[in-house]
Ligand binder design. Structure first.
Ligand SMILES: [Fe+2]
Length: 260
């Protein structure tokens, strides 16, 4: 990861086979443009296309794939409830923002929101566990082939709001998608709640955490984030709801496992 939190596109790690690319695939997202040499095209084992050498094509996991990634970690019930709540709040906000005509990557928002806390569910010996919360999720998802989710998951923790220089940089440059994920995590513990209730729960769980002044600064910054996201969605904070997409996605993700 670069100093400004951008990730260097990861190196192709899948077994590859040369194929011809249908024209429709030219609409898929890409990350960087480099040398002038003509790219060779490969298909990886996960049905992703990458143009080696000049452009790397990235595929944001869809709803079912995101659910499969989450289930692969065998998350406990409390973890799953929180991930689903954040995923559905974020999904609802992204849908509202899209409905206003503002460009937003709803698929990225939903996947990143569902997977934002994966570093808490990793085995103790996973190297990502050694990283700060959020950065660990980003590193693990990057290792799984999803660097496109890294920024949104890395910058969601509430502790980022007290992290002086990093916060200033994030507040200035964060994408719409990152802001939605960060805000949704502040609206949902086990269920959707006002932001003040979420902060009260953090204070109860971590009474030695912040000084009174730090808590005031963090909440003020969170309020700014709330105002920004809710303004984009055209709603008041008390009117935020959940988009019920995780149930069907988890059910579909579990289906092949049941028969295997
Ligand atoms: Fe969370």
């Amino acid at each position: 990861m670069l100093a400004d939190n951008r990730f260097i596109p990861h190196v192709e790690k899948y077994k590859t086979t040369k194929i011809e690319v249908p024209p429709r695939l030219t609409r898929r997202r890409h990350s960087t443009v480099g040398s002038d040499s003509p790219p060779s095209i490969h298909r990886c084992g996960h049905d992703r296309l990458r143009l080696r050498g000049t452009i790397e094509w990235m595929t944001v996991p869809g709803r079912v794939e995101a659910a499969e990634i989450l289930l692969s970690l065998d998350p406990p019930a409390w973890f799953l409830r929180h991930a689903r709540a954040v995923g559905e709040v974020a999904g609802w906000l992204a849908a509202r923002i899209a409905a206003t005509g503002t460009t937003v990557d709803r698929q990225l928002v939903e996947a990143a929101a569902l997977l934002h806390d994966v570093d808490k569910a990793l085995p103790a010996d996973d190297p990502a566990r050694a990283l700060p919360h959020g950065d660990g999720s980003a590193a693990w998802l990057t290792r799984q082939g999803h660097p496109e989710l890294a920024r949104a998951v890395a910058n969601h923790p509430v502790t980022r709001l007290i992290d002086g220089e990093r916060y200033q940089r994030w507040a200035a440059f964060a994408s719409r998608e990152e802001r939605i994920v960060a805000y949704a995590d502040k609206r949902a513990g086990q269920r959707l709640a006002p932001m003040a209730a979420r902060f009260a729960s953090w204070r109860r769980r971590y009474p030695e955490g912040w000084s009174v002044e730090e808590a005031r600064v963090v909440f003020e910054r969170a309020r700014r984030l709330e105002a920004d996201v809710c303004r984009a969605a055209g709603v008041a904070p008390e009117d935020v709801r959940r988009l019920a997409w995780t149930g069907p996605a988890l059910e579909a993700a579990r289906a092949p496992r049941a028969g295997s």
